[in-house]
Design a protein around this ligand. Structure first.
Ligand code: HEC
Ligand code: HEC
Ligand code: HEC
Length: 186
């Protein structure tokens, strides 16, 4: 098992929270896909395709790349005649994956290395997925959707990182504003 080269404070602090499961155990969809309110998964996932809907051949070719990274056949997700999906949860999770890939400028193979195997980035992402599942938020709560490969954080993301760093140093989290001095008594 390869351990992460970079000990990002946020991951050390996640491990402390007991969220640092290292093994990718996904024989089946063991966990529910994360839930985040108000997201149109269909519309956002569609942006993963670089070709328009009319160009089915190009879309198929792109899917083939995804399929290859996962070492899963089309019918792992699509029904035999491609009119539906084998499992609604798998469909949703895959749509979330397509969104993560398109918005953060990464590809399936950057995280997936064959059937049930993950790259180092994939392992980092697994901790993040668990965190997001706990918080009922999607990745864009903390990561900008500008294809920066997870480098550019939103304000909430920056705040989360600061808190994780403070926790790791053993310093108290940013304190509440100090109370105003008591009025002088005469
Ligand atoms: C891991 C699951 C998964 C695998 C494997 C997979 N697909 Fe898909 N496919 C999806 C999802 C999810 C969508 C997006 C559906 C949506 O948003 O409506 C999709 C969309 C498509 C589309 C676009 C449909 C449209 O409305 O434009 C085509 C074409 C397609 N898949 C073909 C394939 C082919 C061919 C393979 C095998 C080489 C394959 N898929 C493998 C999950 C998968
Ligand atoms: C940034 C890393 C990352 C990228 C990029 C990524 N995935 Fe994933 N994928 C994960 C993680 C983490 C999980 C485990 C999620 C969980 O805990 O349920 C996962 C799980 C899955 C699963 C469920 C496991 C299974 O075998 O049923 C499918 C299907 C999947 N990904 C498809 C894709 C596809 C298709 C793409 C490209 C469009 C993709 N992923 C891109 C990180 C990634
Ligand atoms: C609550 C905030 C938050 C959420 C939600 C979140 N992340 Fe992160 N993520 C961070 C922070 C903070 C870092 C560390 C960034 C740094 O130190 O520069 C990070 C780092 C990462 C890294 C490591 C980048 C690298 O270079 O190795 C990956 C991959 C990642 N996140 C993926 C995801 C994915 C995928 C999701 C959604 C499933 C997600 N994150 C949701 C806050 C978040």
């Amino acid at each position: 098992m390869k351990s992460s080269k970079r000990a990002l404070p946020v991951f050390a602090s996640l491990a402390a929270l007991g969220l640092g499961s290292v093994l990718f155990a996904a024989a089946a969809l063991a966990d529910e896909p994360l839930k985040a309110p108000g997201i149109d998964w269909d519309a956002r996932a569609d942006k993963w395709f670089t070709a328009p809907k009319e160009d089915e051949a190009a879309r198929k070719a792109q899917m083939k790349e995804a399929s290859r990274a996962l070492k899963r056949p089309c019918k792992f997700c699509h029904t035999e005649d491609f009119s539906g999906f084998t499992d609604d949860k798998r469909k949703l999770l895959t749509q979330q994956m397509m969104i993560v890939s398109a918005e953060n400028g990464v590809e399936c193979k950057d995280c997936h290395d064959g059937r049930d195997k993950m790259t180092e980035l994939g392992h980092d992402a697994k901790k993040m997925y668990d965190l997001s599942r706990e918080k009922n938020v999607f990745c864009d709560e903390c990561h900008q959707t500008n294809k920066s490969k997870f480098k550019d954080l939103t304000d909430k993301g920056k705040k989360f990182k600061e808190e994780a760093e403070a926790k790791q140093k053993g310093a108290p989290a940013p304190a509440a504003p100090t109370p105003a001095p008591a009025p002088a008594t005469k």
